[in-house]
Design a protein around this ligand. Structure first.
Ligand code: DC
Length: 221
């Protein structure tokens, strides 16, 4: 396995932007594992609609998916087979469906095996919910980014507005809290910091300041 920097945290903690910049700085590959759960959710919704099958069948379905990144662009594009689904996975519906699906152990095993496969041949900055706890417990560096629900919801709300969507702050906040609760309380690989992770509260911090803090820790190691 290559060098791994594991970055976990809840939605809107700033981990995607920071992970991407960090990967660029270090010359590592950026791995967005949330995007993989989103792709699985999109594929499952297209295949089964709202009536998801049992866990075993869903697991087999997820194992059969061709989920892969093309890393020539920054951010990398995510493909389901031949189709670029990078935009289709970023909807409020996929926010909650990916969270629902990610609570299912069989789905997780399928994604974890893909993630470890990618790590076999590359140095990674891997971001998600369980990078430091489950997927890469021996990562060289582990960070857990957090911020208040209001700050995180404001970031998500702004992203939606920037994409030209019609979003209401209060709704974004309610949905974000609901997803946090779900991700933190699932029995398998719940969202929580690894014991040896460095916690960083990004409230009131610009991306560059967070990036600098991470780089300082990594370089002084
Ligand atoms: O990071 P994100 O919001 O794109 O992730 C979407 C969902 O996927 C999130 O609600 C929980 C799940 N997820 C997970 O369970 N484990 C990961 N390593 C990454 C994401």
């Amino acid at each position: 396995m290559g060098n791994i920097v594991a970055i976990d945290g809840p939605a809107g903690s700033g981990k995607s932007t920071v992970s991407r910049s960090l990967a660029r700085e270090l010359g590592f590959l950026y791995l967005d594992t949330g995007a993989m759960y989103r792709a699985a959710a999109l594929a499952a919704q297209r295949r089964f609609g709202s009536r998801l099958p049992g866990e075993e069948r869903l697991g087999a379905f997820c194992r059969s998916l061709d989920v892969h990144f093309l890393n020539e662009t920054d951010p990398p594009r995510l493909f389901l087979g031949e189709e670029d689904v990078s935009t289709a996975i970023r909807t409020p519906q996929m926010d909650i469906l990916s969270s629902n699906l990610s609570a299912i152990p069989e789905v997780r095993w399928a994604m974890v095996s893909l993630q470890r496969g990618i790590a076999a041949s590359a140095d990674l900055v891997a971001e998600g919910r369980d990078m430091g706890t489950v997927v890469f417990p021996r990562a060289q560096h582990k960070f857990f980014l957090t911020a208040s629900p209001e700050t995180r919801a404001r970031r998500r709300w702004q992203e939606r507005l920037d994409r030209g969507e019609d979003a209401v702050f209060e709704t974004v906040l309610i949905e974000l809290k609901r997803r946090d609760r779900q991700d933190e309380n699932r029995p398998v690989a719940p969202l929580r910091p690894a014991q040896d992770a460095t916690l960083i509260d990004t409230d009131g911090m610009e991306v560059d300041a967070v990036l600098e803090a991470l780089l300082k820790i990594i370089k002084n190691y």
